[in-house]
Design a protein around this ligand. Structure first.
Ligand SMILES: O=C(O)c1ccccc1NCC(=O)[C@H](O)[C@H](O)COP(=O)(O)O
Length: 213
């Protein structure tokens, strides 16, 4: 079965349309203010209205408080919440219980022990997204175009559904799926011309390449 596709960090109507035209499965809306892909509530609301129910809308957050989650979920009619910070299993479970949406917990990966850590979220999240661990002094915890050693996922047995992120692009996504068996792939900077500016041709090329495996 083809890997599902999430295009993250969409911030304009035109690039949202490219994602819809390419029939990606999920679109990511970023609610982390320091990100170049960050959306205000009014922008997110307008994009969500344009997308309607044609695609699953995933909100990306970094250690959000409940007010931030409530406002974004309501404005963007989110279908899932992606927790991309240091959220513990208890916090992840609390978000899920309070807001009644599936929680995607991001596990930053640099070593084999990071992959093992995902098991702690078995009863606290609905989906695990493995992403490259960014350096301690990095500006962002994601969306940096960094990849990790995909070999760390070799033979992986997960109790939760999972996906792969980190440095994926139209040129390497097919190889990434072939190497890891990832059931979902996620990209942000790999389909951009400069940070925060999505490229419609790259979005189409990414989706085509992901489906070629
Ligand atoms: O994209 C961002 O700016 C961002 C900022 C803070 C937390 C997460 C962020 N992105 C989340 C994603 O799901 C990205 O798609 C994922 O990190 C992969 O990014 P990239 O390596 O650029 O493809």
């Amino acid at each position: 079965m083809a890997a599902a596709i999430k295009i993250c960090g969409i911030s304009t109507p035109e690039t949202l349309d490219a994602v819809l035209d390419a029939q990606a499965d999920h679109v990511g809306f970023n609610f982390f203010p320091p990100s170049p892909r960050h959306l205000g509530l009014a922008e997110a609301s307008a994009l969500a209205a344009r997308a309607g129910s044609r695609i699953s809308k995933v909100g990306v957050f970094v250690d959000p408080d409940d007010d931030a989650l409530r406002d974004a979920i309501s404005a963007a009619k989110l279908d899932a919440v992606q927790l991309h910070g240091d959220e513990s299993p208890a916090r992840s479970a609390a978000v899920r219980a309070q807001f009644g949406l599936p929680v995607w917990k991001v596990i930053p990966v640099a070593t084999a022990s990071d992959v093992v850590r995902a098991q702690a979220y078995t009863d606290a999240a609905d989906f695990i997204l493995f992403d490259a661990k960014t350096p301690k002094d990095a500006q962002l915890p994601g969306g940096m175009g960094l990849r990790f050693d995909w070999g760390l996922l070799s033979g992986i047995r997960m109790s939760l559904p999972w996906g792969l992120a980190g440095g994926l692009s139209p040129t390497n996504v097919a190889g990434a799926i072939a190497a890891t068996g990832a059931p979902l792939v996620d990209t942000s900077s790999g389909v951009e011309s400069v940070p925060g500016v999505k490229d419609m041709d790259k979005i189409a090329a990414f989706c085509k390449a992901a489906r070629s495996v």
